[in-house]
Every structure is written in structure tokens, then in C-alpha cells.
Ligand binder design. Structure first.
Ligand SMILES: [Zn+2]
Length: 135
């Protein structure tokens, strides 16, 4: 049975009595078993190959998800504060410190002089017409 794609796995160690990292070693005494070696206590544990493959897949998925999340952090910190001296674009998100609310810019239209009007749909306070400078 091929488990070459799994080199390390997080699993409960009955000696350490905790979840620990184990290296995937060599095939076990039966065709569907495999040896793991605990990285903490260096003792061996026999595991079913199917179980090992399943765990490997699951942990790879978790890793992938963690990676995807770290690429696109969904935090309010990534949303810029509204400031009339800044220029925002249609579709951009902003945070209004006065309303303490996040919104999305629905429309940008010409205002007077060096100012544009922006229509922002806020999550709690609803739609608001704000101004911004044209830089
Ligand atoms: Zn251990």
C-alpha cells in the first residue's frame, strides 16, 4: 500500500498521552498496517494504512485551508478608514469611524470643485452619501 505522500502526521500517542507529531516509518507486519514513530518519545505505534491515508488527506486539507485563510485575512484591519481627503473607488469597502460601521461604495459621482460624492451602503446604518477629494 502506497503512503509515500504522507511523511508526518498528528496523532494521539498513548505514551505521551497527548496529540503529537509522528513520522511515518515503514510498512507493518500485515499488508494493511504501517509503523509510526513518535517524535517526542521515539516509541513506535502501529496504524491501519487506510486510517493513515484518510488522516493524511484530512490534514493536508486543513493545511490548505489555513494557507488560503492567511492569504486573504478577513479582518476589519484590511478595510481602510473613510477620510474625505482620500479617494475611494466603486466596489471598495471602507470603515467610517463616525458611524463605527463598514460599508461598500455603490456609486461614485461628480460633486462640486475638487470633491466627488460617494454613495456607501453601510452594514448597519444603511446608505449614506459622503464626499471625497479627487487626487
Ligand atoms: Zn509519544
Amino acid at each position: 500500500m502506497q503512503v509515500s505522500n504522507v511523511k508526518e502526521i498528528e496523532i494521539y500517542c498513548q505514551y505521551c498521552k497527548t496529540e503529537t507529531r509522528m513520522s511515518v516509518m515503514r510498512p507493518g507486519p500485515s499488508s494493511d498496517s504501517h509503523w509510526l514513530k513518535c517524535k517526542q518519545c521515539s516509541l513506535y505505534k502501529l496504524i491501519n494504512v487506510n486510517e493513515l491515508t484518510e488522516m493524511g488527506k484530512k490534514q493536508a486539507e486543513i493545511k490548505k485551508k489555513k494557507l488560503a485563510n492567511s492569504e486573504q485575512p478577513v479582518t476589519t484591519e484590511s478595510v481602510p478608514d473613510y477620510d474625505a481627503r482620500r479617494t475611494f473607488l466603486k466596489g471598495q469597502k471602507l470603515y467610517h469611524p463616525g458611524f463605527k460601521d463598514c460599508g461598500t461604495i455603490k456609486k461614485v459621482s461628480q460633486g462640486s470643485g475638487d470633491f466627488q460624492k460617494i454613495l456607501v451602503k453601510f452594514e448597519h446604518v444603511g446608505e449614506k452619501l459622503l464626499v471625497q477629494s479627487i487626487s
